[in-house]
Design a protein around this ligand. Structure first.
Ligand SMILES: NC(=O)c1ccc[n+]([C@@H]2O[C@H](COP(=O)([O-])OP(=O)(O)OC[C@H]3O[C@@H](n4cnc5c(N)ncnc54)[C@H](O)[C@@H]3O)[C@@H](O)[C@H]2O)c1
Length: 480
């Protein structure tokens, strides 16, 4: 029986391995992690992450051919194929701080693999890593190998949170990079055989190692660039009276461009886009390509600009001050159908409003109070380290409260900011909400999900990203 072990039971390691176990009953899959609480949660009825469809998959295979454990050394030493899906945060200090990937967790995983292995292994990079990481990993493994043969493969993960199970069941492509030697090609074949249990052969792409590593960074950079492009247009739409939804629709009808990922919003978030672009920028700089680095940097600058612009709209429309005013925040996760808040634009918007002394009342159907308080008090990039290594009890932000429904969040509020496109926000009773708010009552729709005209008829002053402005807002331009 082929044995797979995955280091890292996070958003990628957990769902990916659960799907491999489901689709390959003849393979034993063990997911291990240095975080004991995370493994305990994977073994419980309340999984550590929320993903539609994940519970069912885990229930079907856990205890059959899917196991979660903290006994890293045992399972690594027994495995034929080892996936490494550990954190690769942005470095916060030292060389490359604020840009380069911190490979501490990866390196310690590689050293442990070298230490405990007694038989040949295929080691698979599942984490997103800088180009040429495989070379460094190879060196660590080879220098400590005691004659064992290690083959390194790059198999980046393209799943999107919120649709992870759907994406894993039916991936656009599975990318496997390996050495162009007979042993490297044999390893690529062994990993393709795993995916071939359910992925059509023409969607399994084999490349060299560096192409696979770079393709992941490139794919995320292209996706984020589309969002920044449409967000940049949204600012121009507001200035000219064009409607960004109409522009995006017209542009997306061009089959060379296509309609996806063209929704204007308060900005992109998630654990990957910013981190991977910063990483790409750093690699370009290290390779003496400052023009290329600056090109990609601009994608992040526009994202920051969009978040600032949103906060400025809120403050300027409310007579240039939100001091002491209650602002309801609807949605904190970085997108709907996930409880993940890593790099969510809500953090920057909330911090911006708190900086102007607002009182904020936050409601998100999936994010806990503890998580929100953590996010508002952690420093940049601290979130991307294993939870048990983060500061234990961050200080509570007193002007931010977390409530359990949209009606309490909005009661007596002066304004509402919609920051996540949860479906339930579309169907709220806005008349009831309006009746319980201070007047004038504002809605700032950072995801363009409410029917602005209907809300205006109720009496709200509405701001929708990239849409023709309410006359109230025209009179109070947001200065960035
Ligand atoms: N989240 C996504 O949507 C996504 C998509 C594609 C790729 N990625 C990449 O995949 C990697 C993992 O991302 P994630 O979202 O699953 O992160 P995560 O923080 O959810 O999970 C990482 C896990 O690795 C564990 N870990 C750290 N060091 C370890 C070690 N030495 N041995 C065993 N376990 C260890 C941590 O405790 C943590 O549970 C990152 O490189 C990320 O960029 C993420």
């Amino acid at each position: 029986m082929v044995k797979i072990c995955c280091l890292g039971a996070g958003y990628v390691g957990g769902p990916t391995m659960a799907v491999i176990a489901l689709k390959c009953p003849s393979i034993e899959v063990v997911v291990v992690d240095i975080s004991q609480p995370r493994i305990a949660a994977w073994n419980s009825d309340t999984l550590p992450i929320y993903e539609p469809g994940l519970d069912e998959v885990v229930k079907e295979c856990r205890g059959r051919n899917l196991f979660f454990s903290t006994d890293l050394e045992k399972h690594v030493s027994e495995a034929d194929i080892i996936f490494v899906s550990v954190n690769t945060p942005t470095k916060t200090r030292g060389l490359g701080a604020g840009k380069a990937a911190d490979l501490t967790y990866w390196e310690s995983a590689a050293r442990m693999i070298a230490d405990v292995s007694k038989s040949d292994k295929i080691v698979v990079e599942k984490s997103t890593v800088p180009v040429k990481t495989a070379e460094a990993i190879e060196k660590i493994l080879m220098h400590n190998s005691k004659g064992i043969n290690f083959q390194i493969l790059s198999n980046p993960e393209f799943l999107a949170e919120g649709t992870a199970i759907k994406d894993l069941f039916n991936p656009d492509r599975v990318l496997i990079g390996g050495r162009e030697t007979p042993a490297g090609q044999k390893a690529i074949q062994a990993l393709s055989d795993v995916y071939a249990h359910w992925v059509p052969q023409d969607r399994i792409i084999a490349t060299n190692l560096w192409s696979a590593e770079l393709s992941k960074l490139a794919a995320n950079a292209f996706l984020a660039q589309r969002i920044s492009s449409v967000n940049a247009m949204s600012a121009l739409c507001e200035a000219t009276g064009a409607d960004v939804a109409e522009v995006a629709h017209a542009v997306g009808k061009d089959t060379r461009i296509g309609p996806k990922f063209l929704n204007a919003s308060v900005g992109f978030g998630g654990s990957c886009f910013q981190k991977d672009i910063l990483n790409l920028v750093y690699i370009c700089e290290c390779n003496g390509l400052p023009e290329v680095a600056n090109y990609w940097k601009q994608v992040i600058k526009i994202n920051d600009y969009q978040k600032n612009r949103f906060v400025n709209r809120v403050v300027s429309s409310m007579f240039n001050t939100v001091s002491g005013k209650k602002i309801a925040i609807l949605g904190f996760a970085f997108k709907k159908d996930t409880g993940d808040t890593r790099e969510t634009p809500a953090i920057d918007v909330c911090k911006g409003l708190l900086g102007d002394k607002a009182r904020i009342s936050i409601y998100d159907p999936q994010v806990t109070e503890d998580q929100i308080q953590r996010d508002l008090s952690l420093n940049k990039f601290e979130w991307d380290h294993p939870v048990h290594l983060q500061p234990m009890s961050p200080t509570t932000v007193k002007q931010a409260s977390v409530v359990w429904d949209a009606y309490s969040a909005t009661k007596d509020a002066h304004g509402i900011c919609i920051l996540t496109e949860w479906d339930e926000f579309r169907n709220l009773d806005f008349q009831k909400i309006f009746d319980n708010m201070q007047k004038p009552a504002f809605v700032f729709d950072g995801r363009n999900i409410v029917d602005a005209e209907k809300l205006r008829q109720i009496g709200f002053i509405v701001y929708s990203i990239g849409k023709p402005l309410d006359s109230w807002l025209k009179d109070m331009p947001a200065v960035a």
